[in-house]
Design a protein around this ligand. Structure first.
Ligand code: FES
Length: 296
């Protein structure tokens, strides 16, 4: 730990100091115009003195090799950094600045069930991950994405573009036990779908599967680049059928046609609402024949 991160216990912390300034600035708005003008002039005059003194201190320390390291150490302290950036002596680094901007838009995202996290800033591009309602394909998610992009590009001079990184899906683990086919697969809940070659490549196929006990189960099989996944044909949102869902191979998503919820095509994880999930059905291919287990 450097000396700059240590402070006496009786010294107010960064949040307290910042809040005191925020409260005082907010209180200015309640003054009558003449009093406000005087208060603002006083604030401005004091800031000018501070700025002039700080510029001198920083310049001297920069010029002195023995003091330069201590200066760079101090600039890492949040209170010192804030003070110097308020006076335009240092620029907030793009990551700090971007996070500050994202903090300001986060309440709006939260009120719509979404969120954003900054992954990195590189060559003027902010790489972000969107969560919850920000991450769907619906109009509202596009609006939330635009809000994030505009805020970053307009408020952080070092950022000129925003790139949304795909979320990392959590693979659905199907118990090995449920994949085993015994001598009589039908008695174990497996239903023969047909030859794997009959499932169109890069499409989804709705199927009505009938169990040995005569129960019909509606399912879909997704063939994304010859990777097969089966799901119960019910959206995780309102259980409406996914027959006309859109399979987008560029980002491996399946989008429900009803309200735009997006799912990872391979795992069924919902990318629009954390925690939601398509019900995945065990699928296996034996001698070129596809089987789906609809009863466990
Ligand atoms: S049923 Fe609403 S998004 Fe699928």
């Amino acid at each position: 730990m450097t000396a700059t991160t240590e402070r006496p216990v009786d010294q107010p912390g960064f949040e307290q100091l910042a809040k005191r300034v925020d409260d005082a600035v907010a209180a200015l708005a309640g003054l009558d115009p003449a009093a406000r003008a005087v208060a603002e002039e006083l604030k401005s005059a004091i800031e000018e003195i501070h700025r002039a003194g700080l510029v001198t201190i920083v310049r001297r320390m920069r010029e002195d090799p023995a003091a330069r390291d201590a200066l760079f150490d101090m600039v890492d302290d949040p209170t010192v950094h804030l003070l110097l950036s308020l006076h335009g002596i240092v620029r907030p680094d793009p990551v700090t600045h971007a996070n500050q901007v994202l903090t300001s838009v986060r309440p709006q995202l939260h009120s719509h069930g979404g969120d954003v996290s900054l992954v990195r800033v590189e060559d003027g591009t902010a790489f972000v991950r969107l969560e919850g309602a920000c991450n769907g394909c619906s109009m509202s998610s596009v609006t939330l994405r635009n809000l994030v992009e505009e805020a970053l590009v307009q408020q952080v001079p070092a950022i000129s573009a925003v790139q949304v990184l795909p979320n990392e899906p959590t693979p659905t683990l199907i118990p090995v036990e449920s994949l085993r086919i015994g001598r009589d697969p039908a008695s174990e809940g497996w239903v023969r779908v047909g030859a794997a070659t009959e499932l169109p490549l890069d499409e989804l196929t709705p199927l009505s599967l009938t169990t040995a006990s005569g129960r019909a189960v509606e399912a879909i099989v997704v063939n994304a680049g010859n990777r097969l996944s089966a799901y119960r044909n019910e959206c995780a949102h309102e259980a409406l059928p996914l027959d006309n869902a859109v399979l987008d191979l560029s980002n491996n998503t399946l989008t429900c046609p009803w309200h735009g919820f997006c799912f990872d095509a391979t795992s069924g994880e919902c990318l629009s609402a954390p925690g939601a999930q398509l019900e995945q059905l065990p699928l296996r291919v034996d001698d070129g024949v596809v089987w789906v287990r609809v009863e466990l």
